[in-house]
Design a protein. Structure first.
Length: 90
């Protein structure tokens, strides 16, 4: 996986977190408190500047009252690769 695709997934994940946070009408500070993370870390994730660990993804999902899988599926984090699209996956 190249640098561009890694950056793209961070951007998509950040947008998903921001969208879900806004749906719940949480501030970044409130989400950070609920997830036991720092507010600037939340901001960095939402901008796509951070690559959160699996543990922190789980903390964020719990704080956002959503399953990790639903976060990825419902908010378009996953992007079909050319191989998956050709095989009819997704």
């Amino acid at each position: 996986m190249g640098d561009k695709s890694q950056s793209d997934v961070k951007q998509r994940f950040g947008r998903a977190i921001r969208r879900r946070r806004r749906e719940l009408d949480f501030s970044q500070e409130e989400l950070a408190e609920r997830a036991e993370l720092h507010r600037t870390y939340i901001s960095d994730i939402e901008r796509g500047d951070r690559n959160p660990s699996l543990e922190n993804i789980e903390k964020l999902a719990k704080a956002l009252n959503i399953k990790v899988s639903d976060l990825f599926i419902r908010y378009g984090v996953e992007e079909a690769s050319d191989d998956q699209a050709d095989l009819g996956c997704m």
